[in-house]
Write a protein that binds this ligand. Structure first.
Ligand code: CDP
Ligand code: MG
Length: 136
């Protein structure tokens, strides 16, 4: 048994900058995800800080927010059965050097910080993150 879910995906600045948007979207679609909504935007650092608030005590927080707001990103609502876990599996480990073959981060990630994609880590956070970007 599995349920149709929605999750939030971000194509991060390092990937947008390398024009990987279409290649990454094609991989999502080939893996059964429907892109239900999407937009390209550039975050203010304060918005990145809000988005990544769960990490505010981490040593990498400031650099992470600086980076996420350093250039345009593509934010997408992805829909599929078990979308949250399925997207996490497709993304691979946070550190691209530890990610499995064929995962997005293995294919495209440059480093643990510039790892090309974000994906929600739970259904609850997926809804919060979707609302963050798409609620009015
Ligand atoms: O993105 P994911 O959920 O896999 O990892 P996270 O632990 O929630 O961390 C969020 C983001 O912070 C990562 O995707 C990296 O871009 C960044 N990060 C970092 O720069 N250095 C670390 N040691 C860990 C994470
Ligand atoms: Mg995370």
């Amino acid at each position: 048994m599995s349920d149709l879910e929605q999750t939030l995906s971000i194509i991060k600045p390092d990937a947008v900058e390398r024009n990987l948007e279409n290649e990454i979207k094609t991989i999502f679609q080939k893996n059964g995800f429907k892109i239900k909504n999407e937009k390209k935007l550039k975050l203010e650092k304060s918005e990145a800080e809000q988005f990544y608030k769960v990490h505010e005590t981490k040593p990498f927080y400031s650099d992470l927010c600086e980076y996420l707001s350093s250039g345009p990103v593509i934010v997408m609502i992805l829909e599929k059965e078990n979308a949250v876990k399925s997207n996490r599996d497709l993304m691979g480990a946070t550190d691209p050097s530890k990610a499995e073959e064929g995962t997005l981060r293995k294919l495209f990630g440059k480093s643990i910080d510039k790892n090309s994609v974000h994906g929600s880590d739970s259904l609850e956070n997926a809804q919060k993150e979707i609302d963050f970007f798409f609620k009015n």
